[in-house]
Write a protein that binds this ligand. Structure first.
Ligand code: GDP
Ligand code: GDP
Length: 437
């Protein structure tokens, strides 16, 4: 399970700037895809050496309890109450305000691990800024500039030290022979219907995973002789009080489920195209590097024309993940499930494939020979050798010289070359470039 860290602070102190600084992905190819959007409130920070954490940018904690502002305030407080760590963000330029004092009073009642982050510390006298907040009683306030990205490493180091240790919370990957899948997507696309359909068929051998709580409900099942674990999918939740609590954090739950799975099945409603919310879930899957199968659900009761329209729309909107297989199903009628599980299996096999150094180096040589990188301002990159760098997603470490001049286009060429050569479907792949002198 990923820990949850909440950004708390009055408006304008720079929370969303800090949120962006902490959640920007290291993978520029993924980050800049036009078809991907990102959640403005929930994101995963992967900048730590150790494990990632979920970051939530809360709105006005100290707001009124009435109306729309009240709803935001209640949600922010709920998120902060669930958090493992709170980053209390203040403005070093403006100093402490009455609103900061209100928030501090509220935070004291929580008695949670809290770090005081003095933002906008660029171009100001640090000692004066810190002294302003000394009366808040945080021994080790951290000056940062979210805009200039200074102080971020120190903040991350402190954060890592205060988060619950890895392994102190349950993990769902104890059985390597099980393929871990998560069915994700926005509300009403048919996740519960699908999961119930799958479990209904397999009722005899499905079983709750012992020890799972409302935070991570999982179910094991077998199908056509293969073992699967379904992770935190809507259909597994008990209805009622729990559901209400879960609703509130559905973004958090989705990020958790993506993190714990090996194959994410992104469910779309075929009649509604690809919405912004769908694109946000897709962005989270790509950031996490998980294998991906796209499901076009509610394929029943459509005319041929409507089906063609839906196909064309999905193909266009999802062209940048054309490596992901698209499966048409009707969760309601149970059609297409065999194809779905075949795709899940192919994606999993690709994501966990073991490569040899010789194979990877030969692939780089072949790609390089077929199409060497073009000259950029009188410099040309040379690719020399490569080796595997891990799985889920398959990662390739490429050594060479002047690799900084490799364009995004060339990186995409390499990616496509590797995909074809190793017949990789349903998984993102990553390259790490290492400069050799
Ligand atoms: P939020 O309301 O707390 O989410 O604050 P924003 O992130 O929207 O930032 C409010 C304003 O402060 C924006 O104009 C930012 O550009 C600016 N800002 C944020 N972080 C910094 C910083 O580190 N240094 C400076 N100088 N300005 C910042
Ligand atoms: P969830 O919020 O993603 O779990 O979605 P649900 O499984 O609750 O489904 C939302 C609605 O879509 C329900 O009324 C379902 O009966 C309906 N639905 C789900 N799958 C299908 C399908 O394959 N075809 C049709 N026609 N309706 C479906």
């Amino acid at each position: 399970m990923l820990p949850l860290v909440a950004l708390v602070g009055r408006p304008n102190v720079g929370k969303s700037t800090l949120f962006n600084a902490l959640t920007r992905t290291r993978d520029a190819l993924v980050h800049d895809e036009p078809g991907v959007t990102r959640d403005r409130n929930y994101g995963v920070c992967r900048l730590l050496e150790g494990r990632p954490f979920v970051l939530v940018d809360t709105g006005g904690i100290a707001g009124e309890d009435e109306g729309l502002a009240g709803a935001t305030a209640r949600q922010s407080r709920a998120a902060a109450e669930e958090a493992d760590l709170i980053l209390f963000v203040v403005d070093g330029r403006e100093g402490a305000s009455a609103l900061d004092d209100d928030i501090l009073r509220w935070l004291r009642k929580q008695s949670k691990p809290t770090l005081l982050v003095v933002n906008k510390s660029d171009g100001i006298d640090l000692q004066t800024a810190l002294a302003e907040f000394a009366r808040y009683g945080f021994g080790d306030a951290l000056p940062v500039s979210s805009a200039q990205r200074t102080g971020i490493d120190a903040l991350l180091a402190k954060t890592a030290a205060l988060l619950p240790a890895e392994g102190s919370t349950e993990t769902l990957d104890d059985d390597p022979s099980r393929v871990r899948i998560a069915f994700v997507g926005r509300p009403n696309v048919g996740k519960s219907t699908l999961v119930n359909r799958i479990l209904g068929e397999e009722r005899m051998i499905a079983s709750d995973v012992p020890g799972t709580t409302r935070d991570s409900i999982a179910v094991d099942l077998e199908r056509d002789g293969r073992k699967y674990r379904l992770i935190d999918t809507a259909g597994l939740r008990r209805r009622g009080k729990v559901e209400e609590a879960v609703e509130k954090f559905s973004a958090f739950k989705t990020l958790q489920a993506i993190e714990q799975c090996q194959v994410a099945v992104l469910m779309l409603d075929a009649s509604e195209g690809v919405t912004d919310q769908d694109a946000t879930v897709l962005g989270a899957i790509l950031d996490a590097g998980r294998a991906l199968v796209i499901v076009l659900n509610k394929w029943d009761g459509r005319t041929d024309y409507e089906r063609q329209q839906a196909e064309a729309l999905a193909a266009r909107k999802l062209s940048f993940v054309e490596w992901a297989e698209r499966v048409r199903i009707s969760a309601l009628h149970g059609s297409g499930l065999r194809e779905l599980f075949k795709s899940i299996h192919r994606a999993h096999a690709s994501a966990t494939h073991v490569f040899s150094t010789a194979d990877v180096t030969r692939a780089v040589e072949a790609a390089y020979t077929a199409y060497p990188p073009p000259v950029v301002r009188g410099h040309v990159a040379k690719l020399r050798f490569a080796h595997p760098g891990g799985d889920t997603p398959p990662t390739f470490v490429v050594h060479g010289t002047r690799l900084k001049t490799l364009s995004a286009t060339y990186q995409r060429y390499l990616e496509n070359f590797f995909r074809k050569r190793f017949k990789l479907v349903g998984t993102p792949i990553r390259f790490i470039f290492r400069e050799n002198n």
